[in-house]
Design a protein. Structure first.
Length: 243
């Protein structure tokens, strides 16, 4: 019987073991490995002697970002298709993973049968994704094409405004990244931000890594300074206070 080779990348040990057990108990799937770090996963993906058909990865890893693993797998393992391990409601990160090449996502509270079934559905041509994420992908697609039409006849003032906001052609922040940035500027800790936003600390760390990359900075203070200089930070609101 043919089978698909699965690499699981998840730093939370109970979750990783749960997923690995689910894959191992499915006759149509074979577990290549279950690892908890970016570097371990990178070494396995770059070893082209070991074929990987499915990359099942978390995004916020202790030493890197799962988005980079998705992109790497797309380059060096052309048969590999990626699924993201996601927390419920973490829509911005899931949308970013779709843009990086992932075909869908699995929530961390899936049952074992659901995990195997979702993987097999993907290999059969499906893209496991929620209606909300699908709607946002379509909205972004429409916005992109609307932007292309505007570029054909740009308004000088509008182009100048974008250039002033983000010099050097850097990518604008997502809504979630902007929210995290504003809370960082007001002195909230990672744990406090995760409680306010209802997501894991790892998810907040992932947003902050993206912030640092887009702003070309390496610390919270640098991020606040650069964002203020670019006009990306608004005056703090009194409606939210630290716990």
């Amino acid at each position: 019987m043919p089978f698909w080779r699965v690499l699981i990348v998840e730093d939370d040990v109970p979750t990783r073991d749960f997923f690995a057990d689910s894959v191992s108990r499915c006759a149509e799937l074979r577990l290549v490995a279950g690892v908890g770090t970016f570097e371990e996963a990178r070494a396995l993906i770059e070893d082209t002697a070991q074929a990987i058909d499915i990359l099942l990865t978390d995004l916020a890893l202790p030493d890197g970002n799962g988005l980079d693993l998705i992109r790497l797998a797309g380059r060096v393992q052309p048969r590999c298709e990626a699924l993201v391990i996601s927390m419920f409601g973490d829509e911005d990160s899931v949308l970013s993973s779709v843009e990086a090449g992932a075909l869908g996502y699995i929530q961390k509270d899936f049952t074992p049968d659901n995990i195997a079934h979702t993987i097999l559905e993907m290999k059969a041509g499906a893209s496991p994704i929620s209606p909300m994420i699908a709607r946002r992908v379509l909205a972004k697609y429409r916005a992109l094409h609307a932007g292309e039409r505007e570029v054909a006849a740009p308004k000088p003032q509008a182009v100048a405004s974008v250039a002033e906001d983000m010099p050097g052609g850097r990518t604008l922040l997502s809504v979630r990244e902007q929210e995290v940035l504003e809370l960082i500027a007001r002195g909230f800790s990672y744990a406090e931000i995760s409680k306010l936003k209802g997501v894991s600390v790892h998810t907040i760390q992932s947003h902050i890594k993206n912030l640092y990359t887009k702003l070309a900075v390496h610390s919270k203070s640098e991020a606040v300074y650069e964002a203020t200089r670019l006009g990306l930070l608004q005056p703090p609101s009194s409606s939210v206070t630290a716990p």
